[in-house]
Design a protein around this ligand. Structure first.
Ligand code: ME8
Length: 635
């Protein structure tokens, strides 16, 4: 039995879980379920990253303490993973004592060994990323990730002597080609290392940042959030003394998105090396999901909450889409339409129909104690296709290539569907003389379902369980049992229909066909006037500050407003002239629809619309309860 310890990034608690987080966590879950299926001892870790300036800032904005804020969002992450059926063994929070203790011990160890020194550094800092950017990384004077202005900061800090590990790390990457995979990311890290490596500032002065782990050797400083965060992978499995890691550490592999390659590919191995801790086994890096062409990140705001889609289409369909659509290591583009397309084609059509046809046929014939008819070429081909599919899964899962593993399984499903068509069991059933052949065909089909009930388990856990249950197999599935061609009986099978109901794409918005509860609630196709939240998300509502206001000469109703939306100034026309004196609006913050197509009203181009409530003769502009900067998103 081998041991497999897999981690996801620990997610920042400054935002709620979104599609990107769900993607990494689902990939890790599929991998861990697969390794359990293969009989490995598995430890699956995820968690939350709770320190740093950014968290303190959002907590302050929300009018609460950083700890209370972190408690709330960490609970949302935990609840999200529970509802998505994620099988993590542990959930680490960086504010837990078990973590803080390890961070302080390692800092002290590095300090005592002379790996940390006190010095001064000035550089361009992004508050969003909580890191300094080198001149080369800066794009148009802005943070390449957030596209916001950087701040020049000069301050005294503690530094980790990362630069001295540059040559060692280059050699390690060259000697261990599989250390970072796919290869493009190993090359990217080697690319970073072609430039001189700087020492890493690992502290922040308390005068500027208080929300962090105090340095054990200087109480005027807290630990830099990345230095703190990376150590979670180690602290989660450590029992005192530091080296005891329950036999897990030597097997650790990390799964991350490409945005955090540098901390994991450069900082982390050098930190481990300096602390005398064995390096991780492998860093697995996936690409980024984009939504309508722009990168999806919470700071940019176009997030998709994981729940909305899983509630709508089911966990398995959501999971399948994320695993099947992204080529591991490359970027992918998310759309609800593409999800529905995959759901209809691969799940409803290919898999759902196969399961429905096969279980219906087998259930109709009843169990068969002994199948006597010989195995024919067509049956043998199915067993061979199963062996090929399993070999593909085993090989591709070594590299986290979920899309290839699923393509391999779908090739098998296609073969079985063609086998059903060609052997036409419904025709065989009409001819008593062909009963023996019918029994062999049903046996092959039951065998195929048994195989799928095991092999699909990591990817579609709910559907795989339903298939196993239909065959009366209650036991925990095992990869070793995924072998076809050894069956001479047909079990009692219950019919499974509608494993994945088709989604009607003809309705104006993709959504499941109304049925059962949904129809009763008046949702779905008939609508009842309700829209999916994704429709609402298309509307970009923002806070705007009125800079100037004037009446339009020929109009009784219209005012021309000059407004500030974040960094942008625009003009819009509002129909509130009968209710507001222009001067009274200047300096006020209102709410606008920011992404309306421009319209020309009385010769003035209007870019957006001001929101107001009206009742009889009263018109009341939407204003804010508390002050927030113009440009803030309203949702
Ligand atoms: O970076 N596509 O946390 P984070 C795919 N706390 N994956 C995405 C994604 C997208 N559009 N957006 C986010 C942090 N992710 C640090 C990590 S680890 C010691 C500290 C996923 O909340 C992806 O896994 O910003 C990415 O690496 C991670 O979320 C970043 O999450």
């Amino acid at each position: 039995m081998s041991t497999f310890y897999l981690t996801t990034p620990i997610y920042y608690v400054n935002a709620r879980p979104h599609l990107g987080h769900a993607c990494t966590t689902i990939m890790a879950d599929a991998m861990c379920r697969y390794r359990r299926l293969a009989g490995d001892r598995v430890y699956f870790l995820t968690g939350t990253d709770e320190h740093g300036e950014r968290i303190a800032q959002v907590a302050a904005k929300a009018g609460t303490s950083p700890q209370a804020y972190a408690d709330e969002i960490a609970a949302v992450f935990q609840e999200t993973w529970r509802r998505l059926g994620i099988t993590n063994d542990d959930f680490i929070r960086t504010t837990e004592p078990r973590h803080k203790k390890v961070v302080q011990e390692i800092l002290q160890r590095l300090f005592d060994a002379g790996e940390i020194y006190f010095g001064e550094y000035g550089g361009w800092y992004c508050y969003g990323c909580e890191r300094f950017y080198t001149e080369k990384e800066i794009v148009d004077g802005k943070c390449p990730d957030h596209q916001t202005a950087l701040t020049f900061i000069k301050e005294k800090n503690y530094f980790f002597k990362m630069s001295k590990y540059q040559d060692w790390l280059i050699k390690h990457l060259e000697d261990n080609p599989g250390f970072i995979q796919p290869e493009r990311y190993r090359n990217e890290v080697l690319g970073f290392l072609r430039e001189p490596l700087q020492d890493l500032s690992i502290s922040r002065p308390k005068s500027r940042v208080v929300w962090g782990i105090p340095l054990p050797f200087d109480d005027q400083y807290v630990t830099y959030v990345w230095f703190d965060a990376l150590l979670n992978y180690y602290s989660a499995v450590t029992e005192p003394p530091l080296e005891k890691t329950r036999g897990l550490w030597d097997h650790v592999q990390h799964l991350i998105g490409k945005d955090i390659l540098k901390p994991h590919g450069v900082y982390w191995p050098t930190m481990l090396k300096a602390a005398g801790i064995p390096l991780y086994r492998r860093l697995n890096v996936h690409g980024y999901w984009s939504l309508g062409g722009s990168k999806m990140s919470k700071s940019i705001g176009n997030v998709v909450e994981a729940f909305q889609l899983t509630d709508k289409y089911g966990h398995d369909a959501f999971r399948y889409f994320l695993l099947r659509e992204m080529n591991f290591g490359l970027d992918a583009s998310f759309s609800e339409e593409a999800l529905v397309e995959r759901l209809n084609a691969d799940l409803a059509n290919d898999l759902g129909n196969l399961v429905s046809r096969a279980t219906t046929l087998i259930a109709a014939s009843g169990p068969i104690a002994r199948v006597t008819a010989p195995v024919e070429t067509a049956d043998r081909e199915i067993a061979e296709a199963a062996a090929t599919a399993r070999a593909t899964v085993e090989q591709t899962m070594r590299d986290f290539a979920f899309q290839k593993a699923l393509a391999g399984l779908w090739a098998f499903i296609g073969t079985v569907n063609r086998y059903v068509d060609a052997s036409a069991p419904w025709a065989l059933a009409k001819d008593p003389a062909r009963r023996p052949r019918l029994e062999r065909v049903l046996c092959t089909l039951a065998d195929s379902l048994g195989f799928l009930g095991v092999m699909l388990d990591p990817f579609l856990p709910d559907a795989a369980r339903k298939v196993r249950e239909a065959l009366g197999r209650g036991e925990t599935p095992a990869l070793d049992a995924a072998v076809m061609g050894q069956l001479d009986t047909v079990p009692r099978v219950s019919r499974v229909s509608g494993l994945f109901p088709r989604v009607d794409t003809k309705a104006s918005h993709p959504g499941p066909q109304p049925k059962g509860e949904r129809a009763a609630q008046g949702e779905g196709e008939t609508g009842g006037g309700k829209i999916p939240i994704t429709d609402f998300q298309k509307v970009e509502l923002r806070v705007a500050e009125v800079l100037a206001a004037e009446r339009l000469p020929k109009s009784k109703k219209l005012l021309k407003l000059t407004i500030q939306v974040g960094e942008e100034t625009r003009t819009l026309v509002a129909g509130v002239a009968e209710h507001y004196d222009p001067a009274s609006l200047v300096g006020r913050k209102v709410v606008i629809v920011a992404n309306l197509q421009p319209a020309t009203l009385m010769g003035v181009e209007s870019n957006g619309m001001v929101l107001a409530a009206s009742h009889e003769d009263t018109v009341s502009l939407l204003t804010l309860d508390k002050d927030v900067p113009s440009g803030s998103r309203v949702k």
